[in-house]
Write a protein that binds this ligand. Structure first.
Ligand SMILES: [Zn+2]
Length: 240
C-alpha cells in the first residue's frame, strides 16, 4: 500500500522504500500552524511521516491568507490547529494528524513534545524558539529552526550538543521591533519546503548542513557552516 502511494518518492535512490518505511515510524511535532508551520505540516503529511502533531492557540485571520496555502476564507475565525487537523487528515489518512489548540509555555513544552523524533519551528517568536532549544538540548530532540523576515528566510537543522544550537546563532538572526513582522507572501512556502527537507533528513539520520539563508528578492542562497560556540549559554562546554 505504501509503495503505491509513494511510488515516485521511493524511486529516489537517496530515499527509497527503506526511507519511506522508516518515515512511517516517526513522530514530528510542529509548533506553530501559521505561514511556516502550516506549509511544513502539509508537506510532512503528504510525504508520509507517521504521526504529526500541530500545536497552535491562534485563530485563522484574513491577514494570514497571503502566506499560507491550506487555509481559505471560510476558515477565518476558526482555530488553526483544528482546521489543520481536519484538512490535512483528508490529504493522507495513513498519517495520524493531531491538532492541539494550546499555547506552548515553559511549563507544558516537555509533555507536549516528549514523543517527538523531530520538532518543527513554525513560530515567529524568539522566546518560543529559546524554549524549543532548551527542551531540545535537555532531552536530546533534534529540531529545525526556520524564520522569515521581509524577503529573507533562514533554516537550520539542529542536533543538540552535536551542531550549533539556536543560542549559538542568535547574533546572526535579525531582530525586529515591529508589531507585525513584514513577510513577502510566497517566502514562507519556500522556507517551509526547505525546513521540511531538513526534517526528513534528520529523521533518516543525515547530518544537518548549517544555517541556510535565502533572499528571495535578490535570488541568493548562502549556507553558513556555523561552529558550536564553546561559550554558548545553552550548549557551550565552557558555559558553566
Ligand atoms: Zn549553543
Amino acid at each position: 500500500m505504501i509503495a503505491d502511494r509513494y511510488t515516485r518518492q521511493t524511486l529516489v535512490k537517496e530515499f527509497g522504500q527503506k526511507g519511506q518505511e522508516l518515515l512511517a515510524t516517526k513522530h514530528v511535532i510542529v509548533i506553530g500552524g501559521g505561514g511556516l508551520g502550516s506549509h511544513s505540516a502539509n508537506l510532512l503529511v503528504r510525504i508520509g511521516v507517521g504521526s504529526i502533531d500541530i500545536i497552535d492557540d491562534d485563530i485563522v485571520d484574513i491577514t494570514n491568507l497571503h502566506r499560507t496555502s491550506v487555509f481559505s476564507e471560510q476558515d477565518v475565525g476558526q482555530l488553526k490547529a483544528l482546521i489543520l487537523q481536519e484538512k490535512l487528515q483528508t490529504v493522507n489518512t495513513k498519517v495520524r494528524v493531531k491538532g492541539i489548540n494550546k499555547k506552548v509555555t515553559n511549563e507544558n513544552i516537555w509533555p507536549l513534545v516528549q514523543h517527538a523524533d523531530v520538532i518543527i519551528d513554525g513560530t515567529d517568536s524568539i522566546s518560543l524558539r529559546v524554549l524549543i532549544n532548551d527542551v531540545s538540548i535537555q532531552h536530546d530532540i533534534p529540531w529545525v529552526y526556520a524564520g522569515v523576515y521581509e524577503t529573507v528566510g533562514m533554516v537550520m537543522g539542529i542536533l543538540p550538543k552535536k551542531t550549533s544550537c539556536f543560542q549559538c546563532i542568535t547574533q546572526d538572526i535579525p531582530k525586529s521591533t515591529a508589531q507585525e513582522i513584514p513577510v513577502f507572501g510566497s517566502l514562507p512556502a519556500t522556507i517551509a519546503a526547505i525546513q521540511c527537507n531538513e526534517a526528513i533528513k534528520l529523521l533518516l539520520g543525515k547530518q544537518p548542513a548549517g544555517l541556510l539563508i535565502y533572499d528571495v528578492w535578490n535570488q541568493c542562497f548562502d549556507i553558513m557552516d556555523i561552529q558550536r560556540n564553546p561559550y554558548c549559554p545553552r550548549c557551550g562546554i565552557k558555559s558553566k
